[in-house]
Design a protein around this ligand. Structure first.
Ligand code: FAD
Length: 496
């Protein structure tokens, strides 16, 4: 095991992309075996030291930013154990937590399969994506990481390693009673009602939930995920994509409504219009992108990126279906882009991924932090939420962009302040967005998790009672509250 105890040696473990600053960290432990993970946790328990689990630091909400104590880094748990493929073309991959998401994609592809969740940041560790229940553009069709986790191994705060296979331990009316090795556990899952939308905030809760789902999305507060087994799908014969530009947001929203409806009706079809991704760029996003990609049409007030699986036989008819649907909704058809070959598909992906990087460049040029939302609302209220954004942002002094996973009614609203005063004013508006979204039955975080940045909003969402119930679950595994301190659960709740 590598141990770094000189701060200068471990500066790269002290941040993520949230801009939060770490506390007085004593050392970073980088175990190479599961036994070593247990040893670090046992040492921390014995000496009552805080432990923060570190993935690859691509998180946006400060989950891995340690308040002090020890950091347990998963970098060296980087073995691919196995890839198996069934006769029907589906399969399983078993990897350690520190394997890169990009490696999982490459391995799956090598065997003619895909790992369906596609969080944008490929340099995340797979353990980090499971700990945050990450999702991405393709979650419109495939859902979040949770749906693709078959089993995990998790090291609990006392060092005990729990192996969980989906379907083996299930709650009865929220109540878990189970034994593993010499240990017996009995506790109740939180009983709050999770919104029935894309959602990644707080511990999972359902009356008949699987224990594995408690650990998925628990953001390093219940245990260290050391190994995961993930489900894979057959690689589609072909995928094509397009970027459709619209002269007004109303046209665009009407288009999305129908594309979404058809996609849901035609699920699993490679013959009928059926998107795997439906992604949105607002007018401000296109202005940003135009700086790098001058072919972005001037007159566009918004754009949609779509992706569709097809076969050689169905490709032309599906292209025509997308073309006609765009035409019906008065898309700027002559300026829109339809992929003619795999190179075009790659370029469209690059165009979609370029926006967060361009925003980050703007922020570092101006030395300011963005205010960034991860709100999703039920479909019924999506247009209302858009109206709320416009009511506060149109005509305001702020620079902003709104983009993201419109098929999931989940957009990232980013205010990009020019200075500290604007940052403070932007925070006020952000709080209003959260309140409005919660009134509509929405979530404070659909994919990035709560981390340390959004703890106060989680309390707003679930109330003190909801947080107390989470704290009780945590106390069952981590009675001293040493793991992931400051993430998800405010310190004041840890002794309840
Ligand atoms: C440009 C960009 C684009 C992004 N796009 C997306 C996107 O499309 N979808 C999305 O969901 N996210 C996205 N993210 C956020 C980020 O990539 C994900 O949250 C990712 O899952 C974090 O993985 P990581 O290994 O970097 O984890 P870290 O940032 O290191 O940690 C994240 C949290 O997980 C915990 N953790 C990490 N590993 C483990 C483990 N093995 N066991 C227990 N707990 C652990 C940490 O303690 C922390 O709380 C994006 C980030 C960036 C910078």
């Amino acid at each position: 095991m590598i141990v770094k105890s000189n701060r200068d040696e471990f500066l790269n473990y002290l941040n993520d992309t949230s801009g939060l600053k770490a506390g007085d960290v004593e050392a970073v432990y980088i175990p190479e075996t599961y036994e070593e993970v247990s040893q670090v946790l046992q040492l921390a328990a014995k000496e009552q030291k805080l432990v923060t689990v570190s993935g690859n630091g691509t998180g946006t909400t400060g989950g891995r930013v340690a308040p002090g104590g020890l950091i347990l880094a998963t970098d060296k748990l980087n073995q691919i154990h196995s890839v198996t493929k069934n006769l029907d073309g589906t399969g399983l991959i078993t990897v350690q937590a520190g394997v890169l998401l990009s490696t999982v994609h490459v391995e799956a592809k090598r065997y003619g399969m895909i790992y369906p969740p596609d969080p944008t940041e490929n340099s995340a560790f797979i353990g980090g994506t499971v700990a945050t229940n990450a999702s991405g553009a393709r979650s419109f069709r495939f859902g979040a990481t949770r749906n693709w986790v078959e089993s995990i191994k998790v090291a609990l705060p006392d060092g005990f390693i729990l192996s969980l296979k989906r379907g083996e331990i299930v709650a009865n009316d929220f109540q878990f009673n189970f034994s593993s090795g010499s240990k017996t556990y009995s506790f109740s899952a939180p009983e709050y009602l999770m919104p029935d939308i894309k959602h990644a905030a707080g511990y999972y809760s359902k009356p008949d939930m699987d224990l594995i789902d408690l650990f998925i999305g628990s953001e390093g507060t219940l245990g260290v995920i050391i190994e995961v087994q993930l489900k894979l799908l057959p690689k589609p014969e072909k995928v094509f994509s397009g970027i459709l530009f619209f002269p007004s947001e109303t046209n665009l929203l009407n288009f999305v409504e129908i594309a979404e409806k058809l996609s849901n009706e035609n699920v699993n079809s490679t013959e009928l219009l059926n998107a795997t991704s439906l992604e949105f760029f607002d007018e401000q996003s296109l202005l940003f992108l135009k700086g790098k990609y001058p072919k972005t049409p001037d007159e566009a007030k918004g754009a949609i990126y779509f992706e569709q699986e097809c076969t050689a036989q169905t490709e032309d008819s599906l292209l025509e279906a997308w073309y006609n649907l765009a035409l019906e909704h008065e898309a700027l058809i002559d300026s829109s882009w339809f992929a003619q070959n795999p190179k075009d598909d790659e370029f469209f992906k690059e165009y979609r991924h370029a926006l967060p990087a361009l925003i980050n460049e703007f922020l570092s040029r101006n030395g300011v932090k963005k205010i960034s939302s991860d709100i999703a609302v039920p479909e019924l209220h999506f247009r209302d939420m858009m109206k709320v954004y416009h009511a506060h942002l149109d005509g305001s002094p702020f620079k902003w962009v709104i983009f993201g996973h419109i098929g999931d009614h989940h957009l990232h609203m980013n205010i990009l302040p020019h200075n500290e005063a604007e940052h403070t004013a932007g925070k006020v508006i952000y709080n209003q967005f959260i309140s409005e979204a919660l009134k509509m039955g929405g979530t404070i975080s659909a994919e990035h998790g709560v981390g340390k940045l959004k703890v106060q909003y989680l309390e707003q969402m679930y109330g003190k009672e909801g947080i107390k119930q989470m704290a009780k679950v945590k106390a069952c595994f981590d009675p001293a509250g040493l793991l992931g301190r400051g993430t998800l659960i405010p310190e004041t709740f840890l002794s309840t």
